[in-house]
Ligand binder design. Structure first.
Ligand SMILES: CC(C)(COP(=O)(O)OP(=O)(O)OC[C@H]1O[C@@H](n2cnc3c(N)ncnc32)[C@H](O)[C@@H]1OP(=O)(O)O)[C@@H](O)C(=O)NCCC(=O)NCCS
Length: 224
């Protein structure tokens, strides 16, 4: 499922259910010490997915801490992303030499709550959603746009260190499974890579879920 959305060097692991009675990994206990049961379960399973994915890249299991903006802190030389929602948890990781950054997001395949479309769209996007709803009425396009923008943020943040609002990117969506986010703000990066201007992504609807993914090419690919 999610593995089809990202290029081959990326390792993904996902889960549709939690393990009963799972304990936090040593070094992560405080990250969920005060969490409600659902958040705790989602965190534990998604972190287990992430460790399994890291293992496939050759990394020994260790704690994956959260940074100041809640971003997962990966071992040196690794980029990755985590998502969890009702009925789905997933992680994707890659070597920094293969990708500069990546973002994944999963959402229930349901309409967005009333009024949220307006909060997450910029000029032109409501018309886009209307056209897509007309031609492909079985997809909840507003939810897909929301998820795609969350994937964009998760890929954006590690290479810029800055906030990106829903109003800061304009999406074009290909009903065949792709999308592009055109960034409406300065995309200067902190990792020395070229400024982000557009981020391409992919999406799918399966198992009652919308899953989206975005990746940023490795810096070397842009070198003169
Ligand atoms: C951070 C955010 C995207 C998370 O999305 P969500 O639907 O709430 O939750 P998900 O389960 O899909 O993802 C949560 C995971 O995202 C990751 N994450 C959180 N903040 C992050 C950041 N700044 N950078 C990268 N990844 C981050 C974490 O791994 C988190 O899981 P964890 O807390 O268990 O480690 C969302 O809460 C948010 O702040 N959105 C506003 C910013 C945005 O989306 N802008 C759109 C720009 S076009």
């Amino acid at each position: 499922m999610i593995e089809t959305l990202l290029p081959p060097p990326v390792v993904t692991v996902h889960a549709f259910a939690d393990l009963p009675g799972e304990a936090p990994h040593p070094g992560e206990e405080d990250l969920v010490a005060k969490a409600v049961a659902t958040r705790r379960q989602e965190f534990l399973t998604a972190r287990r997915c992430a460790r399994e994915a890291l293992g496939k890249l050759g990394y020994a299991p260790g704690p994956i801490r959260s940074g100041p903006r809640r971003e997962p802190v990966w071992p040196a030389g690794v980029v990755g992303s985590i998502t969890h929602c009702t009925g789905y948890r997933a992680a994707a990781v890659a070597r920094h030499t293969d990708l500069a950054s990546l973002g994944i997001d999963a959402e229930p395949h349901e309409a967005l709550p009333d009024g949220l479309d307006a909060a997450v769209t910029v000029a032109g996007e409501p018309e886009l959603l209307g056209r897509l709803a007309g031609s492909h009425p079985t997809v909840h396009w507003g939810r897909l746009l929301f998820s795609a923008k969350e994937s964009v943020y998760k890929a954006w943040y590690p290479v810029t260190g800055r906030w990106l609002g829903f109003e800061d990117a304009e999406l074009s969506i290909d009903p065949a499974g792709g999308f592009t986010a055109r960034l409406l703000v300065d995309g200067t990066r902190t990792d020395g890579g070229p400024p982000l201007t557009e981020l391409p992504g992919r999406w799918l609807v399966d198992h009652g879920l919308i899953v989206t993914a975005v990746s940023v090419p490795p810096r070397a690919r842009h070198a003169p």
